[in-house]
Design a protein around this ligand. Sequence first.
Ligand code: AMP
Ligand code: MG
Length: 411
Amino acid sequence: MISLNEAIDLVLAEVRPVGEERLPLLEALGRVTAAEVVSPSAVPSFDNSAMDGFAVRGVDLAGAAHGEGLVITAEIPAGQPSGEPLGPGSAARIMTGAPLPEGADTVVQVEHTEERDGRVFVQRAPAVGSNVRYAAEDVRRGDVVLPRGAVLGPAEIGLLTSIGVEELAVARRPRVAIIATGSELVPPGRPLGPGQIHNSNSFTAWGQVLAAGAEPVLLGIAPDDRDETRRLIARALDEDVTITSGGVSVGDYDFVKQVEDELAVERRLWGVATKPGKPFAFGVHEGRLVFGVPGNPVAAMVSFELYIRPALLALQGRHDIWRPWLTAVADEPVKATKDRVEVGRCLLARDESGGWRFSTTGPQGSGILRSMVLADGLVVVPARHPGGPAGEPHLVVLLEGSRGERPPYPA
Ligand code: AMP
Ligand code: MG
């Protein structure tokens, strides 16, 4: 058995980016940039007003409160050209976002003015240059607005739209074949016979794969039969990634390892010193990644979180492949068994001093999916931890979000 950290390193050492494709912007939400994005234009592309009010020449402001005021010579709504240059002693009525007329350098907001007989009187003069959004103050032409490896969320989509990008190069979504193994398994929607259970692992994996920006390919159930297992795994090896669940222990019907050996999957590891998640297997076949997660539903999900999710994100060129983590104090004594790192499921809450505390999510058996449903994070307890008192600090790795910093898993 190897350590959690060694297993992660062995997996990531095999990751090669899956390649790219060009997509229209509106199909690129959630995708990852395959190259840095350089702006072809400035934003804003013209000086414009940040307020509804009057565009004026700063030099005219001193005398604009009394006497003659300023003559209103133009009206400039948003979306229109700025018209004639602004002459001395005059003002243009201007709307937010409308282009500043030539000669004007300041906008007086309408609330600070009074209008009479076609003239405007400035009651509170702003500093010269106020209330103007200058060309290129957000983005200059040639600026790198997004690095390579950036995830396109709503803000990124908006930014790209604002600079006039209509399509761009993004990482292809890795295709991930999912196979459940076990003669006891029945697809959802079919009644259970004696000794049978529903195949849930394929669907938790389906969700985890989608949430990681990859494309699940559900290949169904391989009963505990060597030929059928071989047929399905051979099919799976066409995809960028294969995930099998179950059948990787030492039971008489655990054919996955044997079949993968026959199919020339080069084994990189089998067995990690974690609980749950010990019978985890990983190998490569012609550059494709082949994962075997344990059959127990919680163990399968935890293995995905620890190894497969970072790999799927890295395949897309992402740098933020890790979950955020924090240190939280235990509400109850926490111990680890024997020689394995223990990965519990926990709920987080604020403590009185503004830090975090955690409690475990009820029974922690590796088949108890409700322990995952309730969880905010995974608490990772070093092996041979004797079972310290409540109030002890522990590493908690969250089950949402992405960061560039790897959690400090115990050695
Ligand atoms: P295995 O690793 O094949 O020995 O399976 C370990 C445990 O996980 C057994 O109780 C299986 O019935 C259960 N299990 C295996 N595969 C699945 C699955 N796809 N969905 C739900 N439970 C499963
Ligand atoms: Mg099985």
